[in-house]
Design a protein around this ligand. Structure first.
Ligand SMILES: C[S@@+](CC[C@H](N)C(=O)[O-])C[C@H]1O[C@@H](n2cnc3c(N)ncnc32)[C@H](O)[C@@H]1O
Length: 243
């Protein structure tokens, strides 16, 4: 694996995602949190990346703790707003608080291996307050891979060009491979293993861990992801008192 997009070139990640409708995603989340916490509620975001959802939710009045596996992504996120950004990798999260909701947006779950799925859901469940909810999406990845495609975009430094595609590998997984040419003459290769989970696989794993699951067709119009809203078991006691 060569994860240089997330570690060294987060500003190119932001440029690639510049057309993304982050407002639509947080509107959905805000609507579903109404019955659980509302403004001022405690959210744990996992896989926050460069913080686009985090900062919008913080602006709306939520108290957000936002985790990511890569310091490169977190460094750019910290430049955008004042949320509590922390370096941590699912399933190895061990925070002292519980949260009203956990969110994982934009295929974060697809970065997990099949073996890590259930331990990750258990780790999340242990960080939810009684009756808390988990909201995440399943990206519609091509299970058999796809053809290379090119995109050209602009960062503050200038134009970049990237060619990327998914290749099917062992274990029902995909390797996402890309080559990017930056404006300052650099060229970098990125490769990352991803899992094209079916919705049924995710639903079964959630139910096995004890969540009640509802699914939605996307965060809003034009969104092809399946969104999972999963209610934690109400029988568990609080993990700790917030300080
Ligand atoms: C496609 S990006 C989404 C970022 C952000 N949520 C957004 O919508 O722009 C996936 C993010 O998940 C993070 N990530 C991947 N696996 C992770 C793990 N096991 N634990 C924590 N973060 C992870 C990556 O570092 C990356 O920032």
């Amino acid at each position: 694996m060569h994860e240089r997009l997330y570690t060294e070139f987060p500003e190119i990640y932001d440029a690639i995602q510049s057309e993304w409708d982050y407002d639509r995603d947080v509107t959905f989340i805000d609507r579903h949190l109404e019955d659980h916490c509302g403004e001022g509620g405690k959210l744990l975001e996992i896989g926050c990346g460069t913080g686009e959802h985090t900062c919008r939710l913080a602006d709306m009045g939520y108290r957000v703790t936002a985790l990511d596996k890569y310091e490169g992504m977190l460094a750019l996120a910290r430049e955008k707003c004042e949320a509590d950004f922390r370096h941590a990798t699912l399933p190895d999260i061990d925070l002292t608080n519980t949260y009203d909701a956990v969110i994982m947006i934009r295929g974060v779950v697809n970065h997990l291996s099949p073996d890590a799925l259930e331990p990750s859901l258990r780790a999340i469940e242990s960080h939810l307050a009684e009756g808390g909810i988990l909201i995440f999406d399943n990206s519609p990845l091509p299970p058999n891979g796809n053809h290379p495609a090119m995109d050209i975009g602009t960062t503050d430094q200038g134009e970049y060009a990237r060619i990327a595609h998914h290749v099917a590998i062992d274990g029902g997984r995909l390797e996402w491979r890309s080559v990017t040419f930056t404006s300052d003459g650099e060229c970098f290769v990125n490769s990352r293993e991803m899992t094209p989970f079916t919705d049924d696989e995710l639903r079964d794993a959630l139910q096995h861990v004890g969540f009640e699951v509802t699914t939605y067709d996307g965060f809003g119009p034009g969104d092809e992801r399946t969104v999972f809203v999963a209610l934690a078991s109400s029988s568990r006691q609080e993990r700790s008192i917030d300080t």
